[in-house]
Design a protein around this ligand. Structure first.
Ligand code: SF4
Length: 477
């Protein structure tokens, strides 16, 4: 039988077991003589397909038997006892994602330039990655085995792209027939088995907005608290999305959507005690409407989907400014106390001029969407500390279209603005560099970019950077 949902995303044969990639020195794993490249195929006689199976089979077990295959083919068994909760000190290979069986109208893969990194074309749809990392799945091609696994192994919460509860609309958006698009039974089964769901709606003007959006949010809210929250995020079209059925999101559309959803949010807060349906930050920014308060977002259930990120950033920046101010005050007081203590030796006038500490002076690079918000906060940091930091908004020419987030900036985008850099360094968001390889989204090597830049590039989280430098002094690239 041909089954899309279990097709590995890369041309790699799936062997039974899970491969160890690292053994922590001094750990129980090392004591048991487990080695990187060993494959654990059974735990207490039960088969292991991947890391999640391993985790499930070992959870709460103190008496364990591993059946292991060495890289050379030799098999052996390890039998041991461990203390409750004792870590084995093992790291495992990454899960190879399953691919989806959809042809979504707005699929991000269709918005990639042809020469984008191969990994950007992976259409992952995997309940394991949903549980582990909050990746969304449509559930439209989940197999019965996968459904059973979610329930048996308690892979909760699951993140589900619902888009619309109106079946015709959902099928149209996913590019599949209505039978495949209908996930009502699957959702019911998951909810009946106490699997929590965080839902997502990718909002496409003139397709699933207006009355269809209202129906979707009400239908989902009827299952709260098991459906914990719903994120409504705007479709983002690059210049490569040329499908005529798609309409770009405009500021006017965003204002209309905010008005519509605010009414529902008030209702949900009254009836359910929580906001439940959250709009993506981009909608507020595009509309030119103030981002909701901290209380609106509760515990930020959909922050990874760009919902509440700005509010969370602003709250963290407040804390940073308070800490910087307190730190500077305490340093000044300490210095004053040393000078005024009766036993202190009064310094003689120094004939040599004391060198001035150089103020922090550089450029912070970000996307066009976030730049105005970041610019306001950096101005406050400069005023407090005397630093001379500038925020530079970089247009995304690689994807073009509506793409204005910092995370999708390419190496060429950064080179395009190199003449606008001021100061001694450029700070870039660290996540624009691939996590396992020093390469940018367009394939440019990070070293190559550094070599072509007029100042040193620092790839660091902005809070870590500002706390480390505190407005004064030396910057290490
Ligand atoms: S957007 Fe649709 S087609 Fe694209 S990866 Fe996700 S589910 Fe598949």
């Amino acid at each position: 039988m041909y089954e899309f949902a279990v097709t590995p995303a890369v041309t790699q044969l799936r062997r039974p077991g899970v491969i160890i990639t690292e053994v922590t020195p001094g750990s129980l794993g090392e004591e048991l003589e487990l080695r990187p490249s060993d494959r654990i195929v059974r735990v207490n006689g039960r088969p292991v397909r991947d890391y999640l199976d391993f985790r499930f089979q070992t959870a709460g077990e103190s008496e364990l038997v591993f059946q292991v295959k060495r890289a050379g083919g030799e098999s052996y068994e390890v039998e041991f006892d461990r203390e409750e909760g004792e870590d084995l000190g093992l790291m495992f290979e990454q899960i190879v994602p399953r691919q989806c069986a959809n042809e979504c109208l707005f699929c991000f893969c269709k918005g990639n330039p042809d020469d984008a990194r191969p990994s950007l074309f992976v259409r992952d749809e995997d309940i394991r990655l949903s549980f582990l990392y909050g990746n969304y799945t449509t559930l439209s091609s989940i197999t019965p085995d996968e459904m059973n696994r979610v329930i048996e192994q308690r892979l909760s919460p699951q993140y589900v792209s619902v888009h619309a509860t109106d079946l015709k609309t959902r099928a149209y958006m996913l590019g599949v027939d209505e039978i495949r698009a209908d996930i009502s039974d699957k959702l019911r089964r998951l909810l009946d088995n106490d699997i929590e769901i965080h839902a997502q709606v990718v909002l496409c003007p003139e397709i699933n907005d207006g009355a269809i959006l209202e129906k979707t949010l009400r239908d989902l809210a009827a299952h709260h608290p098991k459906v914990v929250s719903t994120a409504v995020v705007p479709v983002a079209l690059t210049r490569y999305n040329t499908d005529e059925r798609l309409t770009r999101v405009t500021p006017e559309f965003c204002r209309r959507t905010i008005k519509q959803v605010e009414k529902l949010q008030r209702e949900f807060r009254k009836g359910l005690g929580v906001t439940f349906a959250f709009l993506g930050d981009e909608i507020y920014i595009k509309a030119g409407v103030e981002i909701p308060t901290r209380r609106h977002y509760g515990n930020y259930p959909q922050i990874e989907d760009g919902v509440g990120m700005i509010r969370s950033f602003l709250s963290s920046f407040e804390r940073l400014l308070r800490d910087v101010e307190a730190g500077r005050r305490s340093r000044t007081e300490t210095a004053a106390n040393v000078r005024t203590h009766p036993a202190a030796i009064k310094p003689q006038a120094d004939p040599i001029e004391t060198p001035q500490v150089r103020k922090l002076n550089g450029t912070i690079i970000t996307g066009e969407m976030f730049a105005p918000i970041l610019g306001e906060q950096i101005a406050r940091f400069n005023a407090l500390t005397g630093a001379g930091l500038t925020v530079l908004a970089v247009p995304n020419t690689y994807f073009g279209g509506d793409v204005a987030v910092a995370g999708l900036l390419s190496g060429q985008d950064l080179l395009n603005v190199k003449d606008k850099i001021t100061g001694d360094f450029a700070l870039i968001p660290p996540h624009i560099i691939k996590s396992d390889e020093p390469v940018l989204i367009d394939g440019m090597q990070f070293d190559d970019l550094k070599a072509r830049f007029p100042v040193p590039i620092i790839a660091e989280d902005i809070f870590e950077f500002l706390r480390r430098n505190d407005g004064e002094g030396r910057v290490s690239a």
